[in-house]
Design a protein around this ligand. Structure first.
Ligand SMILES: [Zn+2]
Length: 75
């Protein structure tokens, strides 16, 4: 896939991570979203190995793209 910002061919890989939350607000302690909060990407802590989030990375402008359609969201 080509980077939509600079048209460079992107690298395919995985975001290896534990708990994660993309939200419209900052969380200071817990990553638990509240009732009014909008979030687009929520990963729970895996039991054994990290989560593997398929994603693309641009080596030129250092941006990352994640397709969030398969992840928990309320938007
Ligand atoms: Zn780019």
């Amino acid at each position: 896939m080509k980077c939509p910002f600079c048209d460079t061919e992107m690298l395919q890989g995985y975001l290896n991570c534990g708990l994660a939350l993309w939200s419209t607000r900052k969380h200071k302690i817990s990553l638990l979203p509240d009732d009014k909060e909008q979030y687009a990407f929520r990963l729970k802590q895996p039991i054994a190995s990290p989560n593997h989030v398929s994603s693309s990375y641009c080596p030129r402008c250092k941006r990352m793209i994640i397709d969030c359609t398969e992840y928990e969201s309320n938007i």
